[in-house]
Design a protein around this ligand. Structure first.
Ligand code: FE2
Length: 385
């Protein structure tokens, strides 16, 4: 298992086992940092102890904010900003998955640029170049946020969930040791988020041979190693490749962006914040794979080969591709649908309306390589209820 560094945008990412000790040179000069985490995963994974040990050794003070929840909302961001401003800090250390790292990214923008988070989400203010130092210690193999520039924040009262270009962390750590304690459900959800990043970034209007290459590689490793990691969760080799897949899929969305799948998923988890992002995507893809394949068969045949090597680059093979995807879900024991999260037929109208008409979600339409209409979105939801 090789250790290596990746540079993307403004971030330097240290990938591999036991890289924490190399952080010293990046932390020199800091005097007091705000550690941002969720409730327990930072401690359980061992990453929190590793970081605080290092900070103690370097004589850097810290305070610990541990209240980030899944699908973080503007109130969490406001609380982090307030804590930061009141504490005399000169940097952030985010230890967690997508929700934690995204929250720190968003709070750091408000700290640097002033105003409130909505100003940046609705693009009333531009994101400042100079922002406080941010170290991201990633604990899941899904979002890719440790290597990309995006942050996603919900506005609960408006039922909106918006992504924006918040800027890259300064330094990130991807250590597969910290993902071994991911629960079974999160192992599946985060991997399927990376799967969706691959498909969408390889097919959006911004897709390129580069994103196609990254997507094909990421899917290859997810298909091979997710079933193995579920059978043997503490195997560090399996986690290494899942983490590698999610990291390169993160670079892929940084260049190719996401579209239809993420757009609809953001509507769903804005309506029900208890829906994990990756679960929503895995569910939607039970229908979307067919649509993507019909419209973009050449790319899909290429990147989905690990699911079924006999796929031909023709729209007629869309059913075959869907069957291969559903068989993969069966192999990993994923049997959820939207009903699992309380969605029913009564919700279809609101979901379609939000996705098709709301300006926040219309942003995704222009990234799609094919035309999206109401009946398409309705059919997708009906099929996965
Ligand atoms: Fe995602």
């Amino acid at each position: 298992m090789k250790s290596f560094n990746v540079y993307n945008g403004g971030v330097k990412l240290l990938f591999g086992v036991n890289r924490l000790k190399e952080l010293k040179r990046f932390l020199h000069g800091l005097s007091n940092v705000l550690i941002v985490t969720g409730r327990s995963s930072a401690r359980i994974s061992g990453a929190l102890g590793g970081i605080t040990g290092l900070l103690d050794e370097l004589g850097i003070g810290y305070e610990h904010y541990d209240r980030v929840k899944p699908n973080p909302d503007k109130y969490v961001i406001e609380e982090i900003v307030e804590t930061y401003r009141g504490g005399g800090f000169d940097g952030f250390v985010a230890i967690g998955g997508g929700s934690v790292i995204d929250s720190a990214k968003a709070a750091r923008v408000v700290v640097a640029g002033g105003g409130v988070i909505e100003d940046y989400l609705y693009r009333r203010r531009s994101v400042p170049e100079d922002k406080p130092f941010l170290l991201a210690v990633n604990l899941t193999h899904g979002t890719g946020t440790e290597i990309d520039r995006f942050s996603v924040v919900s506005i609960p009262e408006k039922r909106e969930k918006l992504g924006f270009g918040a800027g890259y962390p300064n330094v990130s750590i991807d250590d597969p040791r910290y993902t071994r304690t991911l629960p079974r459900s999160q192992t599946i959800y985060t991997s399927m988020d990376a799967f969706a990043h691959s498909v969408e970034s390889a097919t959006s209007i911004l897709a390129s041979p580069y994103t196609e290459l990254l997507a094909g590689e990421a899917i290859k490793y997810i298909v091979e190693y997710l079933p193995k990691a579920l059978r043997n969760p503490s195997n560090i080799g399996y986690r290494y490749w899942l983490l590698y897949a999610s990291m390169i899929a993160g670079i892929s969305i940084d260049h190719g962006i996401t579209h239809l799948g993420h757009g609809i998923e953001h509507v769903l988890s804005a309506i029900n914040p208890r829906l994990p992002h990756g679960a929503g995507l895995a569910i939607l893809y039970k229908s979307l794979i067919r649509i993507f394949y019909k419209h973009i068969p050449v790319t899909l045949a290429k990147i989905l080969k690990p699911l079924d090597p006999s796929l031909k680059p023709k729209p007629e093979d869309s059913e075959k591709a869907l069957k291969a995807y559903l068989e993969f879900l069966e192999r990993i024991g994923f049997d959820e649908n939207l009903g699992t999260y309380g969605f029913g037929r009564d919700d279809i109208g609101e979901i379609v309306k939000l996705y098709m008409d709301h300006p926040v979600y219309r942003r995704y339409h222009r990234l799609s390589p094919f035309k999206i209409d109401r009946s398409m979105v309705r059919e997708v939801i009906e099929e996965v209820l």
